[in-house]
Write a protein that binds this ligand. Sequence first.
Ligand SMILES: C[S@@+](CC[C@H](N)C(=O)[O-])C[C@H]1O[C@@H](n2cnc3c(N)ncnc32)[C@H](O)[C@@H]1O
Length: 465
Amino acid sequence: MAYRYNENTFVVAIDHLDDRGAGRAYVPRENKKGKIKRQRVTIPYTLPGETVEATLVPPYRNKRARVDKIIESHPERIVARCPHFERCGGCSWQHLTYDAQLEQKTNQVKRFLDEQGFNPSLVRPTMRANSQWHYRNKMEFTFGPDGSLGLHEQGNFRNIIPLETCLIARKEMVEATMEVADWAREHQLPGYHKETHEGLLRHLMVRHSEATGEMMLALFATESPEHIPASTDLVRRIEKKFPQVKSFMWLENSDIADRAQAETSHILLGRDFIFDELAGYRYRLWFDTFFQTNPAQAEKLVELAIEMGKPEKSEYMIDLFCGVGTFSLPFASRVRELVGVEIVETSIESAKRNATDNKITNTHFLAKDARHGLTEVINTFGSPDLLLLDPPRSGAGGKVMRRIARSKPSRIVYVSCNPQTFATDIKELIPFGYKLEKVQPVDLFPQTYHVELVALLSRVNTSTL
Ligand SMILES: C[S@@+](CC[C@H](N)C(=O)[O-])C[C@H]1O[C@@H](n2cnc3c(N)ncnc32)[C@H](O)[C@@H]1O
């Protein structure tokens, strides 16, 4: 039963979770003509079936509310572990048991497929992660104008919450971050101010390899370390306390855009990359290289993709959106020839080097956007027997999907980190005679609403187009 105390405060039952894992409710509201309408309101950190008292927060046009009181709670609600919960916004499902998180993720994938006319019963239960905490191998933290180092505040992005802990990052990454934070505080170094564009320290990226134990630190600052005498103390501290740091970079960035990018790079310690391994293959990772952030679960993704795609030694395949070759290398060992396409040139350089390092000689890599790259590859190498794609969250888009379909691979393996764009993308394949065979969600991001999946589509109607 939903009712309003006044214009902004109401009691309401949560209907479902929205695309970002927040509670959605419908609150009655009288319009100017005196008619009662249902107003859709987002109430973060609530769960379906709960009854809550909530108050709308400004700006009111966003129709977002905060919970004042939980009147009836979800049976799977638990107390969140992290002191930053609700402020940092990173792990917005910590208040839900792990089993219930998995169930919600499976339902999310089913819902998006159902909306596009696919049979939701094709979706298998989400594969659980053995490590539900401290699984992330890469984190990026930001300096506030006062020099404190931490996380952006949810809903107030300019505010930085000084880091006390992070329960999804590897512990040694948090310890190294705290060391950098202590150094900045002790030397009273100013953080970058986004409005005045003054200050020195901007971001800290920390990366860790579970397989090799190597760590990378990348500090983004507006000036060269040569102008900052305190930088020698930082190097000394990191060298002494974190011998596993095999790459410590100081990256100059004076651009007003708030991105972790570099104009000039300086190696403070070691080399400019670290080694990592996944599914038995070795990779070099630079500070800007995309690499799977949950290595244990990413191995499952690779295994699943191979199991579904069933690559054969006689076949030629395309890996679209190939990155540094996470799927390319294991697949290349199982096919005659593989071509990878990826828009970021440094990732393609890295993919080539990774293939060489792993003694793989049947790959070609092309630095091009997926649409044009695919045409070029098909013109050069012909139509593939098998195609794998792993696009960013925005999906591949209709043009790329239709181009894939016209190249007529007998199987398409789609790896997705966004079930919504996945469902709209694969719909494009249906008129070309493809059938959705299997969908396996995998939990790469425990404590968050994000879900990854691997799916198989087969060309069953060869008479079409
Ligand atoms: C989800 S990542 C997957 C990378 C790789 N498969 C892996 O697992 O490491 C998506 C990749 O698509 C690339 N990308 C983004 N937009 C692209 C485009 N329009 N054309 C080609 N590649 C693109 C990104 O640089 C990124 O490497």
